[in-house]
Design a protein around this ligand. Structure first.
Ligand SMILES: NC(=O)c1ccc[n+]([C@@H]2O[C@H](COP(=O)([O-])OP(=O)(O)OC[C@H]3O[C@@H](n4cnc5c(N)ncnc54)[C@H](O)[C@@H]3O)[C@@H](O)[C@H]2O)c1
Length: 485
C-alpha cells in the first residue's frame, strides 16, 4: 500500500521522462521482504538499469557541462581587477526592477533610474513582494528585508551617476531610444564606468555606434523573471574590451547567475535559436495544426511549456517585435511574407499573460497566479491565417519545431557566436528551460544520431531555409562524430 501510494505521488512529480525515481521505489518494494544479500542483488540490478538510460547520460552531461561553464566564467573573472561597489540600472520595468532586486539581494547597492514615478513605485513594490515572500518562508528576517530594500535607490534623475562602476540599461527595446539613453548616460559617468545593455535582440555593435567609449560597452542579457532564471549572456561587441567583458562576467556571478560569454549578432545566442523554434511553430499553425496539440506535443517532449503558452508568457507584442529584429538580421531564413497567428492576435490587442489574453486567456487562481484556459475566440481571430484543421503526428510536430532550433545552434557554433557545445546546451537549459533530461540541443543530436537527425531535417527542407541542415551537422552525420565524446 505504502509503495503504491508513493509511486502515485513520485510518478506524478517525476513524470514519464525521469525513470530513476520510480525505479528506486520499485527497487525498495522488490527488496523489502528479502535478506541483506538478496536485497543488495536487487539493488545492483535496478542501479544498473537506471545508470544506463539516455536520461542518466544526459543528466551526467549536464552536471559536467555546468562545471565547464562555471570554469570558463571563472577564467574570465580572474582577468578582471575591477571592483564593483556601486551599480545602476536604467529603467524600472519588468527587467530593470528584477535586476535591481537581484543586485540588492546579493548585497550590491544599486541606483534604479526611470523617467516615470509610477514605474519606480512599481519596481520597488515588486522587489518588496519578492523579499516579503522570503520573510514569509522564514529565509530572511524583516530587518534583513529592509536592509536589502535600502540598497535600491529609486530616482528620476542622474544625480549620483558619477560614482557608479557599472550601468545596466534596461529601457524599452527600441534602438533609437536606447542609443539616445546610452549616449546621454555616457556623458555623465567616469571614463572607466562600464555600460551594459540588457537588450534581448539588438546587436551590441550597432548600439555602440554612437558611443565615445565603445570599448566600455557590452551586452548583459538577463532572462525573465530575473530572480529565477540562472543565465546571463554577456555579449562581446566588435569593440568591447576584454576588461569590460571580464568585469561584467564577475558581476553576473556575484549576482548569483551563471554567465556565458557570447559573440555579437542579432538575438545573440539564446534568442537567435529560440526564434526559429517559434517560426517552426507558426508554420505548423499556418499548415493547419492546432496550437493546443502543438503545446501538448512539445510538453510531452519535455519543455516546461509549449510554444503557444511560452509566447503568452514572453508577451506576444515583445515576441512580434523581436521576430522583426531577427528577420532584419537573418532575412534569408527568418523573414517570411505570410502573416502568422501571433501577429494577428497582437493586432487584436492580445498580448499574452500581461493583459490576460493571448493564445489562451488567464485569470488569477486562489494564490493569485495566472491560470490559463482555452478561449474559442482565439480560433475565430486566427482563422484567416491558418489552414483548415489537420492532425499532425506528435513526432512531426516535434521535428518541425526542434529542427529549426537545432540547425541554428549548429550555425552559432560554426560562426563562433557561442564557444562550445557545452555552453550552447547550458545556455538553453538555464535561459529557456530546455528539457534537462535531454541535456540540451547538442546532446539531443548526439542521442538522436547526427545521421538520423539529418535524414529527418532533409525531409522537412522544402518547408523553408530554416530547415536547411548546416554543414557542421552534415559533416557529423557523414563521419559519425559526436558533439560530446
Ligand atoms: N521582458 C522580458 O522578458 C525581457 C527579457 C530579457 C530582456 N528584456 C529587455 O529588457 C529591456 C527592458 O524590457 P522590459 O520588459 O523591462 O520593459 P518595460 O517596458 O517593462 O520597462 C521599460 C522601462 O524603461 C523606462 N524608460 C523608458 N525610457 C527611459 C529612459 N530614458 N530612462 C530611464 N527609463 C526609461 C520605462 O518607463 C519603463 O519603466 C528591453 O531591452 C527588453 O528587450 C526583456
Amino acid at each position: 500500500m505504502a509503495f503504491t501510494s508513493s509511486m502515485a505521488v513520485v510518478g506524478a512529480q517525476a513524470g514519464p521522462n525521469y525513470p530513476a525515481p520510480m525505479l528506486a521505489i520499485k527497487n525498495m518494494q522488490d527488496a523489502a521482504t528479502l535478506g541483506r544479500d538478496a536485497a543488495l542483488e536487487v539493488e545492483a540490478k535496478y542501479f544498473a538499469k537506471a545508470a544506463v538510460t539516455p536520461q542518466a547520460s544526459a543528466l551526467i552531461g549536464v552536471f559536467l557541462a555546468d562545471q565547464g561553464v562555471k570554469k570558463a566564467a571563472g577564467a574570465w573573472e580572474k582577468k578582471s581587477k575591477k571592483e564593483i561597489k556601486q551599480a545602476a540600472v536604467l529603467g524600472a520595468g519588468i527587467m530593470g526592477g528584477g535586476i535591481a532586486y537581484q543586485a540588492a539581494y546579493k548585497g550590491l547597492p544599486i541606483v534604479m533610474k526611470d523617467i516615470r514615478d509610477d514605474a519606480l513605485a512599481l519596481g520597488m513594490n515588486e522587489a518588496g513582494k519578492l523579499l516579503a515572500k522570503q520573510v514569509e518562508k522564514g529565509r530572511m528576517t524583516p530587518a534583513k528585508m529592509s536592509e536589502t530594500l535600502g540598497r535600491i535607490r529609486p530616482t528620476l534623475n542622474y544625480g549620483d551617476f558619477g560614482n557608479v562602476d557599472i550601468i545596466i540599461e534596461a529601457v524599452v527595446e527600441n534602438p533609437k531610444v536606447k542609443k539616445v539613453v546610452l549616449a546621454e548616460v555616457e556623458g555623465l559617468v567616469r571614463e572607466d564606468t562600464i555600460i551594459a545593455s540588457n537588450t534581448s535582440t539588438i546587436s551590441i555593435s550597432l548600439l555602440a555606434e554612437g558611443l565615445k567609449r565603445p570599448q566600455n560597452f557590452v551586452g548583459m542579457h538577463f532572462f525573465n523573471p530575473v530572480n529565477m532564471m540562472p543565465l546571463v549572456e554577456v555579449i562581446r561587441g566588435k569593440q568591447s574590451s576584454e576588461d569590460a567583458v571580464a568585469a561584467t562576467v564577475k558581476l553576473a556571478s556575484r549576482m548569483g547567475k551563471t554567465p556565458v560569454v557570447v559573440n555579437d549578432c542579432p538575438g545573440f545566442f539564446v534568442n537567435r535559436v529560440l526564434f526559429p523554434y517559434f517560426a517552426g511553430f507558426h508554420m505548423l499553425m499556418r499548415d493547419g495544426a492546432d496550437f493546443q496539440a502543438i503545446d501538448k506535443a512539445m510538453e510531452r517532449f519535455g519543455w516546461p511549456m509549449g510554444p503557444a503558452y511560452l509566447m503568452d508568457v514572453v508577451g506576444m507584442d515583445t515576441g512580434v517585435h523581436a521576430a522583426e529584429v531577427m528577420a532584419q538580421g537573418f532575412p534569408d531564413r527568418m523573414r517570411h511574407e505570410w502573416q502568422n497567428a501571433t501577429q494577428v492576435l497582437v493586432d487584436h490587442q492580445r498580448f499574452g499573460q500581461k493583459n490576460g489574453k493571448g493564445y489562451y486567456v488567464y485569470a488569477p487562481d486562489k494564490k493569485g497566479k495566472p491560470k490559463k484556459s482555452v478561449d474559442p475566440a482565439t480560433y475565430d481571430l486566427i482563422k484567416g491565417v491558418v489552414a483548415e484543421r489537420k492532425e499532425f503526428a506528435p513526432e512531426e510536430i516535434v521535428a518541425r519545431c526542434m529542427v529549426p532550433m537545432v540547425n541554428e545552434v549548429a550555425r552559432c557554433l560554426e560562426e563562433k557566436i557561442v564557444a562550445s557545445p557545452q555552453e550552447a546546451d547550458m545556455s538553453l537549459l538555464y535561459g529557456v528551460g530546455f528539457p534537462p533530461f535531454r541535456g540540451g540541443a547538442c546532446r539531443y543530436v548526439d542521442q538522436t544520431g547526427a545521421a538520423n537527425y539529418v535524414a529527418v531535417a532533409d525531409k522537412l527542407a522544402p518547408l523553408g531555409r530554416i530547415y536547411e541542415v548546416p554543414q557542421l551537422l552534415r559533416d557529423m552525420a557523414a563521419s559519425g562524430k559526436k558533439f560530446f565524446g
